[in-house]
Design a protein around this ligand. Structure first.
Ligand code: FAD
Length: 439
């Protein structure tokens, strides 16, 4: 089959890889100049299945309806209607499958990216632990490894934690990892290219026409700093000369036909979906991260996190990315005002200073603002779009799941679904996670 993937974030790259691994001829359209350039660029990098339960959107300011419907640690057991519970469980199974698939790809393709195992959720109060308890039991029932630790035990898992901080307990999620999402995407892109996947960078898809075949209209989108004609041409020439399979599309609109098109456009999905007359309620969320080198002191070899911690009350993660530390959080809907940006960045620094004082070399901090989409019910949109030949892999970074932990598994399932074969029993069931529930 000829398959088009739109978007080369973690969802698009994993989907391209899995489709190529199934023997399909794959083309990826990406408006930026490389993979992992937007929402997957400098996210927290946490992938532990079940962690999303601790990711509490009710704490995000201004989220309104979406927050009320989401599956967070506090309200899951109480507000669990049957269908919703089933979908959540399906999602957990998908996350577990995805984690195993990611580990398998890492081993078989020898993907050497910055990573560490496990995540520790830090609970500041007894109330936080009580709220988590019932959901924890369900996690364990569903085959996830989640252990409640005392404050002392937390210090054994993360010896760099500030012992002076008030810590009531922790929850250690040993499955999954934290790591460099963008680096993983780059390595997988290379593996996909070796299987013949063609990447069209600086190419924006403007319009979709469903059918057999399905068609898409795309155009070359110059990078912001090379809008003049000569530089566009020279950039096109450089890319063509350097790497045939990453050449940009010719200038002007162009139409191509495919047997299947998979939309993986992250936070900006709404525009393309409208060309298909699909209008699922999607909220655009923004968030921030700061990344800086870890301070190396011989007298304090334990400085900084060994893997990742999540401050459950503040909804801020601190993770080790190779020899760097990344602090991420401040997720909120809409666009951040300068004031909100300043106060969020201050909160990220403060949280790091609380838990790992002095661990970051704050002279060379990289700041990042990213965006992701949240569906009204907090679940991802996966599978058939209801429009012939068009498939969705969207809103993974939703309130109930984080993006990267689902990526490898979803990609594998979609690569099979698009063929129209009856689903094989070893793949997780994603029935009900499609756009049908939103229309
Ligand atoms: C502050 C913050 C912290 C986070 N922490 C974590 C975490 O710890 N763990 C985790 O798993 N997730 C985390 N997330 C969420 C995670 O970043 C996202 O879920 C994930 O990266 C989304 O991947 P994606 O491929 O769907 O989207 P993206 O990475 O945004 O990729 C979409 C791509 O589509 C392209 N595109 C869009 N429209 C078009 C078009 N019309 N034509 C061509 N190309 C197009 C874009 O340029 C982009 O490259 C965090 C998010 C934020 C904001």
């Amino acid at each position: 089959m000829r398959i088009a993937i739109i978007g080369a974030g973690i969802a698009g790259v994993t989907t391209a890889y899995e489709c190529a691994a199934e023997g399909h001829q794959v083309t990826v359209f990406e408006r930026c100049g490389s993979v992992g350039a937007e929402g997957s660029f400098a996210n927290g990098g946490l992938t532990a299945p079940g962690l999303s339960l601790a990711w509490n959107p009710a704490a995000w300011p201004g989220l309104g309806g979406a927050a009320k419907l989401t599956w967070d640690w506090q309200r899951w057991p109480a507000g669990r209607d049957k269908r919703r519970g089933e979908l959540q469980q399906r999602l957990l199974k998908l996350a577990l499958f995805s984690s195993a698939r990611q580990a398998e790809l890492r081993r078989s393709l020898q993907l050497d990216y910055e990573r560490a195992d496990g995540t520790l959720v830090l609970l500041r109060s007894e109330q936080d632990l009580n709220a988590a308890q019932a959901s924890l039991d369900l996690l364990v029932q569903d085959g996830l490894s989640a252990h409640v630790l005392t404050a002392e035990q937390c210090l054994r898992v993360e010896p760099g934690l500030n012992p002076a901080m008030r810590l009531h307990a922790g929850i250690h999620l040993s499955q999954g990892e934290n790591g460099n999402c963008r680096q993983f995407a780059h390595l997988l892109r290379s593996a996909a290219q070796r299987m013949g996947v063609e990447f069209r960078f600086h190419t924006t898809v403007r319009h979709l026409v469903p059918g057999t075949p399905a068609r898409l209209v795309h155009e070359y989108t110059p990078p912001p700093d090379s809008l003049s004609e000569p530089s566009r041409q020279s950039e096109a020439r450089n890319l063509t000369e350097s790497n045939e399979d990453t050449r940009p599309a010719p200038v002007g609109s162009k139409e191509d036909a495919f047997d299947a098109i998979i939309i993986c456009t992250g936070a900006d999905a709404a525009e393309l979906l409208q060309t298909l007359k699909l209008k699922p309620a999607l909220t655009r969320l923004h968030g921030f991260s700061i990344t800086a080198p870890l301070r190396q002191l011989e007298a304090h070899p334990e400085l900084g996190p060994k893997a990742a911690v999540l401050d459950q009350q503040r909804q801020i993660s601190i993770s080790r990315i190779g020899q760097r530390i990344r602090v991420a959080g401040g997720v909120a809907p809409g666009t951040a005002s300068e004031r909100a940006k300043k106060s969020t960045l201050a909160a990220l620094h403060q949280t790091l200073d609380d838990w790992f004082p002095g661990a970051m070399q704050s002279t060379s901090v990289q700041r990042w603002q990213g965006a992701q989409a949240l569906a009204a019910d907090g679940l991802p949109l996966l599978g058939a779009s209801g429009r012939e030949g068009v498939w969705l892999n969207l809103a993974q970074g939703s309130a109930t799941t984080l993006g990267w932990p689902l990526a490898c598994g979803t990609a594998r399932v979609l690569a099979e679904q698009v063929t129209g074969r009856s689903p094989s029993s070893e793949l997780p069931d994603i029935t009900g996670l499609d756009i049908g529930r939103c229309t």
